[in-house]
Design a binder for this molecule. Sequence first.
Ligand code: ACO
Ligand code: ZN
Length: 223
Amino acid sequence: KETKDQLIIDAGQKHFGATMCKSCGMIYAASNSEDELQHVQHHHRFVEGIKYTGWKKERVVAEFWDGKIVLVLPRDPSYAIRKVEDVQELVDNELGFQQVVPKYPNKTKTLLFISDEKKVVGCLIAEPIKQAFRVLSEPTGPETPSSKECQRAWQCSDVPEPAVCGISRIWVFRLKRRKRIARRLVDTLRNCFMFGCFLRTDEIAFSDPTPDGKLFATKYCNT
Ligand code: ACO
Ligand code: ZN
């Protein structure tokens, strides 16, 4: 069963009258059979991937009115690791990461935000690091390139600064964004990454942030 919302997407005539699936968040043209097929494929994988049935030995590290956060560690049972890998694959797909990274290195900590509807709606993957390079504020001026290709070309300082914890992935399900889920994931990470201390914002670093990631990180670190 799926519900559909008729939306008008302001992205040119091609997408006029596109549909957004309320379960998987994909925007597609229902009138286009190729699009429809792509949706069916994505839909199934996505819905299966984020389904969370509950685990016998789950490590709940935070609870909220609209869900909870569970922590998954490298030596956890394989069903937990498999869930993290499934979610990471969905996230990497969405972010366009192609390379298959070694799965679950032994110092990785993953936080999953589980919604009341028993779905994984947020994911944060972190690992210990020793240093990071500060992202410099973007150059402004008439010669600033604004094409899409340049969106990732942040300028970084070449002076390494000490850091403790690197966030390699942070992701929130499209239909649950701007509900402070990412913020709660990072707050929880700061509290449980190192036993007995609450990390400062300058001790955590976001690796290769996307435009969304950068907007979030800037806001998070300044408040
Ligand atoms: N545009 C502008 N400001 C934003 C945005 C945005 N897209 N996202 C977050 N913020 C700011 C806002 O100030 C927001 O507070 P407000 O809603 O009260 O104004 C504040 O950050 C906190 O935002 P949250 O609600 O906690 O963030 P959310 O749960 O929506 O998740 C995230 C943010 C994870 C970046 C989400 O947009 C996402 O999953 N995007 C796609 C995946 C992605 O790009 N992830 C980052 C990759 S980089 C990396 O992994 C290291
Ligand atoms: Zn769908």
